[in-house]
Each structure stands twice: as C-alpha cells, then as structure tokens.
Design a protein around this ligand. Structure first.
Ligand SMILES: *[C@@H]1O[C@H](CO)[C@@H](O)[C@H](O)[C@H]1NC(C)=O
Ligand SMILES: *[C@@H]1O[C@H](CO)[C@@H](O)[C@H](O)[C@H]1NC(C)=O
Ligand SMILES: *[C@@H]1O[C@H](CO)[C@@H](O)[C@H](O)[C@H]1NC(C)=O
Ligand SMILES: *[C@@H]1O[C@H](CO)[C@@H](O)[C@H](O)[C@H]1NC(C)=O
Length: 489
C-alpha cells in the first residue's frame, strides 16, 4: 500500500511504498483549515455575544428527590452485601501488559537514515495531540526517519526542512490495524515514554495523594455537560421552553445541523448522562454515599443546580479546585491543556473511573487502565440505561438497580469485554495485553460476559458519539467533520 503525504502549503506530493495505511480523512484540506479557522473565529465572536445560559435548569430535580407515591427510594448505602469487591475487576489478575519488542524487531537506530527527518504539527486537544505524537513515532519508524519532536510554535516549523517530511494532523492518523510489533511500539510510546512535564506530574500526584488521605478508594468521574456540546447533540433534558431556546440558540452556530430529533438521539444512546443519572447508576452499581468522588469537568449546563442531585448522592465531592489552593493551581489555571493533564493523572490513578461521554479522553483513559491492570472503568451503556432512566418513576429502586447492573455487564472495564481489534487501538490495546499462562478458566468468563457483547461491539464500532453516525443531525459534508474538533478533548 502507499501512503501519500502532502505538504500542505507547497502542494507537492511524495509517495513511499511502505506498508502503512495513513487514513486520509479529508479531501480538501486547505479549504478545511480555512473553514475551521473561520469557524473558530466565529466561535469566539459568538460566545462573546451570547448570554451565558442562565442556570435555569433542567428539572432533573423534579422527578428525583421527592415525588409522590414513588417507590423509587434511592438508598444511602451501596452494596455492603453484594458479595464482591466493587473496587477491582474480577479477572484482572489473569492478564498483564506485554509491550516489549519481539526479538526480530529491527531497532530504529539500525535502519534510520542519517539525513531523513519527520516533522509533525500537533493540534487539537491534549489527547488528540497524544495520539498524534504516538502515531508519528510509528510513522517515523516506518519511514526510517528521525522524528523531530513537535514544535508548538506554529511559525518555526518551516525552517530548514530540506530533508524533512511534514505531517499535518490530517495525514498521520495511522490505521487501527498494524502489525503486532508496531502496535507494541505504540504502547511503549503511549504508556511508558510519553510523560507530562515534571511540574504537571508532581501536581497531579499531589491531588491523588490528597484524595487518598480522605479515603482508601475513590472514584474519578469525567463529566462532560457543556452547553454547546448538549446543543450540538440535539438531546433534550426536560428543561422545557428555556432549555429549547437556549440550546436552540447555540445550535444556530452550525449552519448545516438538521432539525434535531431528541427522541431518536436518546434512543440511540447518544445523550450524555446527566450528573444525576451518573450518580444513580453508581449507586445502583454498589457505591454508597460515603464514597469519595473526584469530578473532572468543564462548564456544566445549568451549573450548580444541575450538579446538586449528584452532590446529594455523593456528598464527598471533590475537584482540582477543592483539593488544591488557588496558589497551587495558578500555574495551570489559564492553560486548558495543563488543567486537563491534571485531571488525566487523577482519573488514571483512581480506583474506579467513570465517564458520561465517549470522547478522546475517556477512550484513552479506558485503554490506559486496561493496560495498567484492568482497573475498573465504567462506561454507561446509554442506549439501555436511558430507557430505564426514563421510566424510573414507575419502578422500585430494586427493579431499577437490578436493571442497571445487568445492562452494565460488559461495560465495566473487565478483561475480554472487547474483542481483540475492535474499537480504536488506544481504547483497546489488545496487542499489548497478554493472558498469564496459568489460566484455563478463560472460557468460563467469556461466557459470563457474552450478555451485552452486541451492544459493546456496536458502541465501539462507532467513532465519536457526536459526529460520525448517519443518524446524526449533520449533513455529512466532509468538512463538517471538522466540527468534531471542537468537542474533542
Ligand atoms: C416540576 O414540578 C412542578 C410541580 O411538581 C411542576 O409544576 C413543573 O411544571 C415541573 N417542571 C417541569 C419542567 O416539568
Ligand atoms: C517477527 O516474528 C513474528 C512471529 O514470531 C512475526 O509475526 C513478525 O512478522 C516478525 N516481524 C518481522 C519484522 O519480521
Ligand atoms: C527502511 O529501512 C528498511 C530496512 O533497512 C528497508 O527495508 C525499507 O525499505 C526502508 N523504508 C523506507 C521508506 O526507506
Ligand atoms: C412505566 O409507565 C409507562 C407509561 O406510563 C409504561 O409504558 C411502562 O411500561 C412502565 N414501566 C414499568 C417498569 O412499569
């Protein structure tokens, strides 16, 4: 197969015949950049003029706390008696990480050409940059080139490029399916070589320590519930006319959005769970009100009012801001990727990680946690849970709880939940996870996990929840996919 690497501004094409598939996702790149730049500008401009959504909220509380004759009484306690340890994956001890190079893997220093360099430009959120860099290492290996570490200064990467290849973000998305050796190389880069700078690392660990001083175990929740994300999703959260107007106003930013069909979006499991819904799911899964929760989130639609039901369920509610002083956070505060890096560290180290979204950060953390010993990682099975959540007012807590537990089988970060090769490599690094030789019990556990496999396969065969499926509100003009960038993290 051939890869084509275009030098964007010079409009020249270089072809190498090597065995790597660089997925070319977009056809008219220069155009796209122009489009995206102007959208970006637009974004800034519009957000200056839009009134920030009034914290007039989602009547999430309406059906939550007290409601007449409700048999739906949320208990304080988790599952003292459920007979298993909710903080660990049952079969994790049967697997371990295995990303060392095989003996026949040619060392880079043997095959690298002296005067061949690969330059890359990174862009996007923290986690997009991470995958970009990882794939660039693999590309450099295949091209027998030395990778020049990305320079984040946009003006300087044109200098001295006589022997350099420039990859832009659209060019270097490597295929999911590479030889095992190359997948292992990806893992070595992702899980061992790439590190945050020391002061980020130190601050991240400090936050983790402070959580551990409060209790032996903790849950980290990566919560995305930003107004623009909700508007784009086309979901409706029951906030009546106010919500329709506010989110409808934001939707006007995207010219090509079709009229939304909230019912349908919800049926397809594409509505991020609300903070309250996440809380109810966690309680049903056995986490009582004494559990400490670290919440990583950006702006929340409806603000504190939307968060209140989750706080009520989990009063030990923490974040960077509550764990660290203003002074400690000052060096990070005005850089969104540094703040995101701190959350990444705490979420990665948590005993249980839960998300309400399927973005880049959630995916990469899920993969990292598999590699690091299958630490429990809860992804809501939104398609099934939504039906349950909609009907919760006419069922008992016990019915609700048992529904949640059965729908979440296969979505808990247990080994073998995903078929090798399914999903994106970064969320399912199966080439880098090996079964320990002792085990022969594997067949049994496979049978236990089969329940929801179809859902899982479906969920993971889709890309970002926000833009790729045909049921989405976008008319799929190629350049529209750029919008995805705004919602990625
Ligand atoms: C919330 O409940 C109150 C009464 O219980 C009702 O009047 C109000 O309309 C409800 N709000 C929504 C948006 O359903
Ligand atoms: C190395 O050996 C493995 C099998 O042991 C094989 O699958 C792989 O293709 C080999 N790699 C190279 C670069 O020859
Ligand atoms: C890289 O080096 C290997 C081994 O020397 C060679 O087989 C391969 O063709 C080279 N690839 C490129 C793109 O130069
Ligand atoms: C709850 O009520 C709705 C309609 O009122 C009904 O369709 C649904 O089956 C009920 N669910 C349960 C679990 O009884």
């Amino acid at each position: 197969m051939a890869i084509t690497i275009e030098m964007k501004r010079k409009k020249q094409k270089y072809n190498w015949n090597i065995i790597v598939l660089l997925r070319r996702r977009y056809l008219h790149r220069p155009l796209i950049s122009a489009v995206s730049a102007s959208i970006l500008l637009l974004f800034t401009a519009i957000s200056l003029f839009l009134p920030s959504p009034s914290p007039l909220p989602l009547p999430l509380q309406n059906n939550s706390n007290s409601h007449h004759h409700s048999a739906f009484q949320v208990p304080e306690s988790g599952c003292g008696s459920c007979g298993r340890d909710i903080w660990t994956s049952t079969h994790s001890h049967l697997f371990s990480a295995c990303s060392n190079a095989q003996l026949n893997f040619t060392k880079a220093n043997v095959k690298t050409h002296q005067d061949r360099y690969l330059l890359i430009a990174t862009s996007g959120g923290l986690n997009q940059q991470r995958t970009g860099i990882i794939d660039a290492v693999v590309a450099a290996y295949l091209l027998n080139a030395t990778l020049v570490l990305p320079h984040l200064d946009h003006t300087s990467f044109w200098k001295d490029t006589r022997h350099a290849v420039l990859l832009t973000k659209f060019d270097y998305r490597l295929s999911n399916k590479l030889d095992e050796d190359l997948q292992k190389l990806r893992c070595r880069v992702n899980y061992h070589a790439l590190k945050f700078t020391d002061y980020i690392q130190v601050m991240g660990k400090l936050l983790v320590e402070r959580m551990r001083m409060k209790s032996k175990h903790f849950i980290a929740l990566h919560l995305r519930f930003e107004p623009d994300m909700l508007a784009f999703s086309g979901c409706y959260y029951g906030g009546g006319e106010n919500e329709r107007i506010e989110l409808g106003e934001i939707r006007k930013r995207w010219k090509n959005l079709r009229a939304s069909n909230p019912e349908k979006v919800r049926r397809h499991g594409r509505c991020p769970l609300t903070p309250q819904e996440v809380g109810l799911m966690l309680r049903a899964l056995g986490f009582g009100s004494e559990v400490h929760l670290y919440v990583a989130s950006g702006e929340i639609y409806g603000g504190e009012i939307t968060l209140a039901p989750l706080r009520a369920l989990f009063p030990n509610f923490h974040s960077k801001e509550t764990l660290a002083t203003k002074e400690e956070l000052a060096p990070f505060q005005s850089f969104s990727s540094r703040m995101a890096a701190l959350d990444f560290i705490v979420c990665g180290d948590s005993d249980v990680f839960v998300t309400n979204n399927n973005g880049n950060m959630a995916k990469i953390l899920a993969g990292t946690r598999r590699y690091m010993g299958h630490k429990p990682t809860i992804r809501p099975n939104a398609k099934k849970l939504n039906r349950l959540l909609m009907n919760k007012n006419n069922m008992t807590w016990e019915e609700f709880g048992s529904g949640v537990r059965s729908f979440q089988v296969g979505f808990m970060g247990e080994p073998n939940e995903l078929r090798p090769g399914s999903g994106e490599f970064h969320e399912n690094p199966s080439s880098c996870i090996c079964q320990n030789s002792e085990l022969k019990t594997l067949e049994n556990m496979n049978n236990n996990n089969n329940n929801n496999n179809k859902d899982i396969e479906e969920q993971f065969s889709e890309e970002e929840w926000s833009t790729t499926d045909s049921s989405l509100p976008l008319e799929m003009r190629k350049d529209q996919a750029e919008l995805q960038e705004f919602f990625s993290d």
